[in-house]
Design a protein around this ligand. Structure first.
Ligand code: PEP
Ligand code: MG
Length: 753
């Protein structure tokens, strides 16, 4: 059973479109369960459940039989959201007979719901002529099957909604996480790693003859390569291994592979896509065979597939013209891919994998490019040349947006531009409430580009310099001297303002390519200070570089990430003092920097007093604190709606930290994303935070809101929201407060659905 389950899911997964996926499901499930019928009903936008595929009922009924929830047995499965298992289906009060299906012959019925993200997508049904009580095992098998297929169907549905051939494209929405704020409206350009069969973007072919000739030319080139490879290795490999090359050539010569591809090209698909489709289909067939020898052939086929694809793609790549508003989409965008597109043409980014902490997201924020990360359900290979909207605030992507949605986002886009222009005037004005309370606004940095933008926007200091960024951009640890030079640049650019440098915060999802950390649960694993305390040689070099860089400027503060215990703080301080004393002995004229800890782990929240007596300042990392308090992975799109920055528990923790920290007379700041949210900034100021540190993009917005209210109003608002019990209610109250303060334009743009 397990084997057939796996292989069915695998096959369905590999299907390129919904129709094929459904056909595989009904045939293979029927086979595996030894029934006479298997059918799939799927919900349509009107709320009907339509027979979409069947093996056993009359094929003509497909698309015609429709049921409302509650109607018939299928409707009953939908309504109850649980299996219906009947030996005598026709005697059940809900039974409804559809003559076109020919189902009157089938006595027994087992239907299970296909549920994805709490929504009933459809129903999977098996039926049998003879009376058969499907046993517990059958039911469990079908439920397991359906649970596994739900994600695949949801994905295929989204792809189907987009309509691959492009002439009836309808709007589809995909959820990810925000990578960089902002709205981008443009045309998709899919970028893929070369010769990856699974990520070839669909493209139509306009000149069939030219495409066919091109395909033959590429096949020929690979034939030559393989022949010469075989020649080169002839003296070094045995006869059996040599046979592999002959087998390769035979596959290429095999009229069927080539002719299948040519056939698809003639139907209007370009050669790369047609080739990858054919290879993947054959690979699947080999994979599903029980004979290990034949399964092994799948590997050869894949290798061959990649070789030909490399040729097919090479020539295509050269003549790429980027549209003016390019939305770059890829399975895993990397920083180097950004370099391929002229800067003025790059409007937005979407990465299927990755998180807000990925390299590319950090760069995107620095470059002000609206970005969505982790859009895991996006059928990115089908996106090329489609019209796309990127909502970098909410982390959503729309393909083929309809006129209404387009208008909605266009308005937000224009408003944003107006807003930015309007806010530029605030640069030299103080961040001060109407009743003259001063609140310093600092910035988070990582790259030199951040520094320039920050200074342009009137930042008064750096609350978080993420030192891992320069580490991420290299192919080895930067040397002490290299680090000193980089840190010096940051310190000099902001002098005499303070620059808070966080010691290396790697681990979690921030892996250095040259220092991989493989863990099942990386966010609860070897992260931040845990890594650097275990590697004093890395930590000491960084501390030396930082303190040396501050010589003569004396504007450095050192911040320790992921502190979970007083012991970790004590050990870190010991090393900082050691470095400082050694530098003095070496003759450097340096001053002891202030030391602070990040409060980003619940354990630290409950030890704020103990930590405060041992440091000069605290800085709250609300990004991690929220994920650890709510047990929600900050980068997982599936639970993105549970990552609630305004959860009452988070707000209480934030209030507790600042109150306790102040009781020990240390300065308390916050450097998580929350600080850059205009509504949140009001609350944080009212809680007593001494400094808010944020992305340079958000700084003028926060300044604008602070300048529009009084501290008294902010405190009253805080008192009010602290009595509320859910995050959404709090969010709405804050939006209302922004309206009352006359800064409606700062409310985060809401997406339409
Ligand atoms: C945080 O966790 O809030 C924080 C500022 O650090 P990072 O986002 O780099 O983990
Ligand atoms: Mg953090």
């Amino acid at each position: 059973m397990l084997n057939s389950l796996r292989s069915i899911v695998q096959e369905v997964n590999a299907a390129r479109d919904m129709k094929t996926a459904l056909a595989i499901i009904v045939t293979r499930v029927k086979q595996a369960m030894g029934t006479q019928v298997c059918s799939v009903y799927l919900g349509n936008p009107k709320g009907d459940y339509v027979l979409m595929a069947t093996d056993g009922l009359n094929a003509d009924a497909v698309g015609k039989v429709r049921l409302r929830p509650g109607e018939g047995l299928v409707g009953r499965v939908v309504m109850r959201e649980e299996p219906v298992n009947l030996e005598h289906a026709e005697t059940h009060p809900s039974y409804q007979y559809f003559p076109e299906t020919g189902e009157e012959r089938f006595a027994s019925f087992l239907g299970v719901p296909i549920i994805h993200h709490r929504k009933v997508l459809g129903v999977l049904v098996v039926q049998q002529v003879e009376q058969r009580r499907f046993d517990e095992g059958d039911e469990a098998f079908l439920v397991t099957m359906s649970a596994q297929l739900a994600g695949v169907i949801a994905h295929a549905e989204a792809t189907g909604a987009m309509d691959i051939m492009g002439d009836k494209a309808t709007q589809a929405k995909f959820i990810g996480v925000s990578g960089a704020p902002g709205i981008a409206i443009g045309e998709a350009v899919v970028i893929t790693p070369p010769a990856d069969l699974r990520s070839v973007p669909y493209k139509a072919c306009t000149d069939v003859d030219a495409e066919l000739a091109f395909f033959q030319q590429c096949l020929m080139a690979v034939r030559e390569d393989i022949k010469s490879l075989g020649e080169q290795l002839r003296s070094r490999i045995n006869r059996e291994e040599q046979a592999l090359f002959d087998a390769y050539l035979a596959m290429l010569d095999d009229a069927s592979l080539g002719s299948e591809v040519s056939e698809r090209i003639r139907r209007g698909t370009n050669a790369s896509y047609a080739w990858s489709e054919v290879i993947l289909e054959h690979e699947n067939t080999f994979n599903s065979m029980n004979d290990p020898y034949l399964r092994e052939r799948a590997t050869d086929l894949r290798d061959l597939g990649r070789r030909v694809l490399a040729y097919l793609q090479e020539s295509n790549q050269k003549c790429r013209v980027y549209p003016d508003k390019t939305i770059l989409i890829g399975e895993e965008l990397t920083a180097s891919m950004l370099g391929e597109i002229p800067k003025e043409k790059l409007a937005g980014l979407v990465s299927v994998l990755g998180s807000s902490n990925s390299h590319v997201a950090i760069l995107a924020r620095a470059m002000d490019i609206p970005t969505v990360m982790g859009a895991v359900d996006l059928p990115y290979t089908q996106m090329d040349q489609r019209s796309v909207i990127v909502d970098g605030y909410k982390g959503t992507v729309y393909s083929d947006p309809g006129p209404q949605l387009r208008k909605h986002y266009k308005a937000i886009f224009l408003e944003e531009q107006e807003l930015v222009k309007g806010l530029e005037a605030l640069k030299d004005l103080p961040c001060e409430t109407l009743d003259h309370y001063r609140l310093p606004l600092w910035v988070n940095t990582g790259l030199m580009t951040d520094v320039v933008r920050s200074l342009e926007r009137g930042a008064e200091g750096v609350g978080l310099y993420r030192t891992e960024v320069p580490f991420l951009l290299r192919d080895r640890f930067p040397s002490e001297e290299e680090q000193r030079a980089i840190y010096r640049e940051q310190l000099e650019a902001f002098a005499p303002h303070t620059v808070t440098m966080r010691t290396l915060d790697i681990g979690g999802d921030k892996a250095l390519p040259y220092f991989p950390i493989e863990e099942d649960n990386p966010f609860l694993g070897w992260r931040g200070i845990r890594v650097t305390l275990d590697h004093p040689e890395i930590f000491l070099a960084q501390l030396r570089a930082m303190i040396k860089a501050s010589e003569g400027l004396d504007n450095l503060r050192i911040l320790l990430p992921m502190i979970t215990s007083v012991a970790e703080l004590e050990s870190s301080k010991l090393l900082i003092h050691r470095v400082f004393n050694e530098l003095l002995e070496e003759g450097f004229k340096v001053k002891m920097p202030h030391i602070g800890v990040m409060i980003e782990v619940p354990a630290a929240v409950y030890q704020v007093r103990e930590l405060s007596t041992r440091v000069d300042f605290l800085s709250v990392g609300s990004n991690d604190l929220t994920q650890y308090l709510l047990a929600v992975d900050r980068n997982n799109a599936r639970v993105a709606d549970l990552y609630q920055a305004f959860h009452p528990a988070v707000l209480r923790a934030l209030q507790h930290i600042v109150t306790e920290g102040h009781a020990e007379r240390v300065s308390v700041g916050i450097c998580g994303e929350l600080a850059g949210d205009p509504g949140a900034a009001i609350l944080l100021m009212a809680m007593g935070y001494d400094v808010l540190s944020m992305n340079a993009t958000n700084l003028p917005k926060v300044k604008s809101v602070i300048r529009s209210i009084t501290l008294k109003q902010a405190k009253a608002l805080l008192a009010e929201v602290m009595t509320m019990v859910n995050a959404e209610q709090i969010r709405q109250r804050l939006d209302q407060a922004l309206k009352e303060a006359g800064v409606t334009r700062l409310i985060r743009p809401a997406a339409q659905d």
